[in-house]
Design a protein around this ligand. Structure first.
Ligand code: WTA
Length: 646
């Protein structure tokens, strides 16, 4: 790599940063060698009703598997995100809301946030919600989503936020899995000038699974059906509720939320995060990685339906008294300059988005960016998928006018917050690399047998020790938690990602090693899409793989075997795409469907995805060994068919 590919830390940034490179090096050593002392010190950034004396108690070994942090500590997340800021910042802005329509916006102070969270909490209580109960949230990107999350945290209820783009079926599955008896939704959402029928989707979902109560926030005022006795008008209930609600003291290891995410097999897993460790990781990483200081406007463009929205729109930001910007819309509505107009309008200091959005905007040229001043910006960030160096440079040169550092943050729903990321005052940048692990994050790159590899190497990315923000279990299935993450390489957490480490110790994520797709930064299991396809009456079998896609990063390529009496047609192709959208949601739509009279299987019946991936990538000259297939001629048919179908 040439020297020009290194972007050194700006000394002016280092001088004011929370951590410079000496502090980073010292923190790495301290967190590794004296974790109890180090994390006990960091834990002081939160307000505890009982400060923990036990800090870290972890074993990744099968015989004694447990992960506990701050286990005798007691705190409340809503108190930390709202109440404790009131003394000094009651009238400062906690949330800037920017609607889908550029004419819609709002500013919510910490005092207002406090009142709204208390009212929502009292509405939940008066509808029977108690500590430990699960509450499903299916909301657009409006302040009520943050109120609802914090209201649950305030009373010790466990929220499960379901992304508003998921279908009624997906919503029903998530309600059922966590056994929630209550759903908070809105009449409709708005995205890119279109309405999203949230309440209608909830009604549809509730044909499959019953709940006692649906709280409906009025957002667009659109017409909705009403079920007497079940549905509650939020505004009426909130007006009647008290604006004060005490915070429930929670043990550090009490659950805070469940968030469903896709894995290689089976249904989405309910990733469970707890109170103390998660909040500490969210708050500390928001401060360190973005070098955040109160008064700055922080804009993370993620939806609260994903972990990035949980950690950086809501919890990490508000725990640090940040002014957090919540954006309801999309990057290209009303036009492709929207992000930069919003940056100017609200004087955004820090902007954090996904590579897929950048790649889409990059195609539109520099003018839509240059038409906005962006002079308030001082830091850029990315998350969700590897950023190709070309997009990184465009982000730096055009959006950042060549002056703004970029923090490329690698993490997962399971990790609670960023684990590999540069610190603006400490880490020289390399385009395309998430750079180095944060203090307390002990990485290992392993070969297929799990042997640690030293130096500049490529392999599977593992983490050998716990950090406070680590997930604690899969809701309702602790065995699955262990099996999924700790059984591949005993004694280590396996991330599922491939990774290269270069000669300078920088980490380069190469993508998933398992059957998880990353489409526009959204995680999806191939198995989920396959089972949606197979649930169509005309489909006998399906296999789904990813293929490189210019904008989305990965696209969805589906091989479909139809029932014997069914003929392929354009209509059927469209019907299958619509079927997947209905079963899972638009984000799972197949980009390509190839009719496959047969699928390449081993003699034991296992589909050889390696071959299907190669065909999808149009890399058919190196299909490798096909001799173990039950019927090798299937492959020739698929290759020939591909040529015809493209
Ligand atoms: C990928 C999102 C490269 C990775 C926070 C990971 C990334 C998966 C990056 C988790 C990045 C996330 N560079 N790859 N900066 N960030 N990924 O659970 O494959 O939605 O395992 O969490 O996204 O996706 P998830």
């Amino acid at each position: 790599m040439s020297k020009s590919d290194l972007y050194p830390v700006d000394p002016a940034i280092a001088a004011r940063a929370h951590m410079d490179s000496a502090a980073y090096d010292a923190a790495r050593v301290a967190a590794r060698e004296e974790p109890d002392r180090y994390w006990s010190e960091v834990a002081k950034r939160l307000d505890w009703s009982r400060f923990p004396t036990k800090i870290k108690d972890v074993s990744f070994d099968k015989a004694d598997f447990h992960i506990r942090w701050f286990e005798d500590g007691e705190l409340n997340v809503a108190y930390n995100c709202v109440d404790r800021h009131l003394a000094e910042r009651a009238n400062e802005t906690a949330i800037i809301w920017e609607g889908d329509d550029p004419a819609d916006d709002a500013r919510i102070t910490f005092a207002e946030l406090h009142e709204q969270v208390c009212r929502m909490a009292n509405v939940l209580k008066s509808n029977g919600v108690k500590k430990g109960d699960r509450v499903t949230l299916y909301l657009p990107m409006i302040p009520a989503a943050a109120y609802a999350m914090l209201a649950c945290a305030r009373i010790g209820a466990v929220h499960s936020v379901v992304f508003g783009g998921f279908s009624p079926d997906s919503l029903a599955g998530r309600i059922e899995d966590c056994g929630s008896r209550i759903v908070i939704t809105a009449d409709e959402g708005r995205r890119g000038g279109k309405k999203v029928p949230l309440k209608a989707n909830v009604d549809e979902a509730l044909k499959k699974v019953a709940v006692d109560t649906v709280i409906v926030v009025s957002h667009t005022g659109g017409a909705i059906d009403w079920v007497e006795g079940r549905d509650v008008r939020y505004e009426e209930a909130a007006a009647a509720a008290s604006p004060e609600c005490p915070c429930e003291p929670m043990n550090a290891e009490d659950p805070l939320f469940i968030l469903y995410t896709s894995g290689s097999t089976g249904k989405p897993k309910g990733v469970l995060h707890t109170t103390g460790g998660y909040l500490l990781w969210a708050s500390w990483t928001q401060a360190m990685v973005f070098d955040y200081r109160p008064g700055e406007v922080f804009w993370c463009t993620a939806d609260v339906g994903w972990v990035t929205g949980h950690t950086y729109v809501v919890y990490g930001a508000l725990a640090n008294a940040a002014t957090t910007l919540m954006f309801e819309g999309v990057p290209n509505y009303p036009d492709v300059s929207r992000f930069w107009q919003v940056v100017d309008k609200h004087k955004v200091d820090i902007f954090y988005t996904a590579p897929t959005a950048l790649r889409a905007l990059m195609r539109e040229g520099d003018e839509p960016v240059k038409s906005a001043s962006r002079k308030s910006l001082r830091l850029l960030g990315t998350v969700g998928e590897p950023i190709n160096p070309e997009a990184w440079r465009w982000y730096h040169e055009v959006v950042g006018d060549g002056r703004l550092p970029i923090v490329d943050t690698w993490w997962q729903t399971e990790t609670g917050g960023a684990l590999i990321a540069p610190l603006p005052g400490a880490t020289d940048l390399k385009p395309g690399s998430a750079t180095k692990p944060l203090p307390g994050v002990e990485l290992e790159i392993v070969d297929a047998e799990g042997r640690p590899l030293e130096g500049a190497v490529e392999g599977g990315l593992c983490i050998t020790d716990s950090w406070p923000g680590q997930m604690r279990t899969v809701y309702g299935d602790h065995q699955r938690f262990f099996d999924t993450y700790f059984s591949t390489y005993p004694g280590k957490y396996f991330t599922g990602d491939g990774c290269r480490r270069d000669e300078d110790g920088y980490y380069w994520i190469t993508g998933r090693l398992d059957d998880v797709l990353n489409v526009s930064g959204h995680r999806m299991g191939t198995a989920e899409i396959e089972s949606a396809l197979v649930s169509h009456d005309d489909v006998a079998e399906a296999a789904v793989v990813g293929f490189p896609h210019d904008i989305k990063g990965q696209g969805v390529y589906a091989y479909v075997t139809l029932n014997a009496d069914v003929q392929p047609s354009e209509d059927l192709r469209r019907a299958l795409v619509a079927h997947v959208r209905k079963e899972i949601g638009p984000i799972a739509s197949p980009d390509v469907i190839q009719w496959a009279p047969g699928l390449p299987k081993t003699r034991s019946g296992k589909i050889m995805r390696r071959i299907l991936r190669k065909i999808a990538e149009n890399d058919v000259t190196s299909l490798g060994d096909t001799s173990t297939l039950a019927d090798p001629s299937v492959v020739d048919d698929l290759v020939r068919n591909r040529a015809q179908s493209q």
